[in-house]
Structure formats: structure tokens, C-alpha cells
Design a protein around this ligand. Sequence first.
Ligand SMILES: Cc1ncc(COP(=O)(O)O)c(C=O)c1O
Length: 364
Amino acid sequence: MKIKDFAIERYFAEHEFTAKYLLSSSDCDGYSMQYVLDQASPPERSRWDSLTLGYTETRGAAALRTAICKQYTGIGEKDVVVLSPNEAIFSLMNVLLEKGDHVICMAPTYQALYEPAESIGCAVSFWLPQSEKNWYYDPARLQELVTPQTKLIIVNFPHNPTGHLPSAEDWNTIIGIAREKNIVLFSDEMYRALIHDPEDEIPSACDVYENAVSLSGMSKVFGMAGLRLGWLASKNAALLHKVEAFKDYLTICSSAPSEILATIALNNPDKFIGPNIKKILTNIELFRAFSESSDLFEFYRPKAGSTAFIKLKTETPALQFANAVVKETGIMLLPSEMFNYGTHHVRIGFGRANLPEILATFGK
Ligand SMILES: Cc1ncc(COP(=O)(O)O)c(C=O)c1O
């Protein structure tokens, strides 16, 4: 299969490890190995100390899948396959889709969520937000996009980059639209636990719809991107089985050290997620104050997740602006051109502890 370059990841490849400051990352700061191991129970610690570096189970170690199930209300070990997140998306699309199928995907979005479908030869329709209404995604517009050929609906809540999260009512409507025609709902929940107000929490798609596949992972919520570990959860056993078999052509199995470290974190979520949410909320307030005083950004408060999609007040196209900023100040921004969404926005990430220092430099 031929596939287009992944614009966001190519832009990160150019700047992430050379720019001094990252103001657009979607993950939270990585926790140290020592911090993770300090949270281990005695049996987990002894598994770590006696670990041998062989292959692991293709589906993921049993202890890891047991820990993953705690994230859901009705998911068992057999309903989970462990993969790296983009591997999971790529595998699912390959086993599910055929040339000519119709797919609906939210936009702007992470390119991995629609590019494999386009490469397979599917017709992809984009569900667009109302930017003037704080990036509201209207379920009525989703309904209008459904055709008799629609095989897959792809959503991502909390949404990267806008931070949109549907109300419980809208979430029910979205799931109802998929259920009515038995369409597979792929729900990218990479940012799911990064809820700013606990009242806003919505259930995982795989817990409420039997033909939904939920994606989650360790990068964003747990601050452990370096593990390269995520998973799919679904009650659609046949589909998960095909994904597991497809994985044989990719990584075959996950990394053994990553599996143990992820298990420790998943068994101690409060030690990882709480500090991340606190940092995000503090940083959103700092950025709000900065944008109100700087006349450069039109501030919009994300409802959940770790990012916001902010309008630039300058006439300069976002890519040109971001290139100039990284060159002159060492601050990396992610321009909306990388999301194939016009030239007026940049993504801001709130998961990094050095945001005050970055804003001080930006201010100068
Ligand atoms: C919506 C979404 N899905 C999937 C991923 C991939 O996650 P990971 O970086 O852990 O592979 C990302 C990463 O930015 C993302 O934003």
C-alpha cells in the first residue's frame, strides 16, 4: 500500500528534537522510570527484576490486559488487544475496509485516523465542526453524512486538536447513529481520562455499543509516550481476532519492559493522571492570561484533553508564522496547515511543566 506522508509527524520530526521549547505537544511530560517503579507492588517489582527480554503474547500480557480492563465497566481480558496506537488504527482499517467503502471521519484530526482509509481506496467524508461555536460537532451533521455504503465512523473525544468533548446527550445520539445501521464506530479515546470537570465524563464507546472499537494508550493520559503502548477494546470478537492476526505482520508482540511499566501505571492511575490534569488546568489559565495580554491569539478554552486549536490574529499564514517563531525563539508551534485545515490556527499543548518559561520567552 502506498500512503501519503503524515504531515503532523513530519513537522514534529523536523523540530521536536531541535527546538528548545515545545508549545504544541499533545502528550504530557514523560514520567521517569524511577517514578514508575516506585509505584510498583511487590509482585510487580519482582516481575520487573526477573524480567527476561523474550517475546510476549501477541494479544498482550495477561496482567496488562487485566489492568487495562479497569478502565472500562464491561470489558474483559478477551476483549482487548495490545498494540502501539498507530499500529492499532492501521491494523483495524486494513482488516475492516475495502476499496469503495464509505468512511466518515471527524476533521480537522490526527492524519492516522483517515489516511489509511483513503489509501485503501475508500470514499472519506469529513464531519466538520462549527468553529464559531467553540468547535461544536453537531450530531445532526454527522447523520447527514451517513450513506448505505458507510462502513465506519471515526471519532476522537476528547478531540485533538480542539479539546471538544460531546455532552452525554450528543454522545448517545452519535452512538445511536452508528447503531441504527450497525456501522462500526472507531472511537479514538487517547485523551479520555483528561477530563477537566468530572461532571463531563462520558462512557467509553466499547462499553455502550457492541460494534464500537475503542483506542487508548499510555502516551497522553499517563505521560508515558516512550513505552509506545496502546490497545483496542471491543465486544466485536471477530474484528479483534483479525486485528490480532494482522499484528503478526507488524510488531508481532509488544515490548516486554513496556508491558510491565504500563501495568504498574494502570494499576495506580491516580499517581499518573491526577498530576497531569492539574498541570493542564494550570497551563490553560496561564495561556489564557497570556493570550489576552498579547493580542496574538484569540483564546478559546478547550473542554477536555491536553490541547487547544487557537486562532492567530496575525495575517501571516500559520505555517510561515510558526516557522519564523521556531527560528527566532526556539518555540515550536504546530500550524493548522499540518491538519489540512486552513492557515489561521495553531495547536497549543498544555501538558508540559515548562509552559511558564515558554510564555515568558514568547512574550519577549
Ligand atoms: C488522536 C490521536 N490518536 C492517536 C495518537 C497516537 O498516539 P501515540 O503517540 O501514543 O502513538 C495520537 C498522538 O498524537 C493522537 O493525537
